[in-house]
Ligand binder design. Sequence first.
Ligand code: PMP
Length: 310
Amino acid sequence: MKTGSFPYAFFQDKIVNIEDAKVSIMTNALQYGTAFFGGIRGYYNEEKGFVSFFRIDDHYKRFLSSANIVGCEFPYNQEELKKITLELIAKNKPKANVYLRPFAYVGSTELGPNFANAKLDFSLHMIPLDDYMPTGKGLSVVVSSWQRISDNAIPTRAKISGGYANSALARKEATDGGFDEAILLNSKGHVSEGSAENLFLVRDGKLITPSVSEGVLEGITRRSIIEIATDMGIITIERSVERSELYVADEVFLTGTGCQVAWVEQVDRRSIGGGKIGKITEKLREKFFNTVRGDDDKYKNWTTRISVNA
Ligand code: PMP
């Protein structure tokens, strides 16, 4: 996927031109993956001239908890991060759907991977982003031969850059095999998640999703879907899921800031739900898109509208 960027980024404590937001090849984070990141979407409403950003506060809460997980001090608090974000958006005035990438990294050029005594640097950049994965069709996914990293190897509830080599290997295998996405099993052989998405099944009208102790990221979309479903009277069961349960599910879908709500048509070349989007997935997806665009009054407090007209 080729992406451009908006002209300004936050880098080394100030807003700069994106061309000036550069680090040395010796940077510790680049060499060893000693970094963590976030991802926030904004939805452009052309008619009304605003962008609706989804759950900024919750994204930064998780981002800051990653600093605690790696045991590093972080130079900004939640309020400061939000202020920086709003300033950068105001400067870039995006007239498109956007993706924000907060990034905390060990910026020193010292040799050797180490979070001890490491000072974290912070950057924030923005790219235009519509679909990260196809939303107009069902996905064909494959259970990966790569195992999902376990929390005792690289904590999975933080978005630690080094851990994404695991996702990249699984995605390569899936892409090479002609699939849209990989599903990873954890060290217990249970279903965990996609390379950058949480996973849901529908069975007998109920939602089932691997619990947070199955090596998954505690996804903000996952949490939102559970809450939206509950409000619609749909129960969610968080428990372990075995591979073959995917094959017998009525519906399977993936959630994430990137993929949003993406329905799965095939798992390991086995058709799910007759190859059509399921009723529950469709209902949740519709509600989700209205919510993120700020069109659903019930969930308005999840969105931050920023005018980009002037
Ligand atoms: N799992 C992983 C490994 C991810 O990288 C992501 C994307 N952040 C998700 C799940 C989905 O999380 P969220 O809904 O917070 O974007």
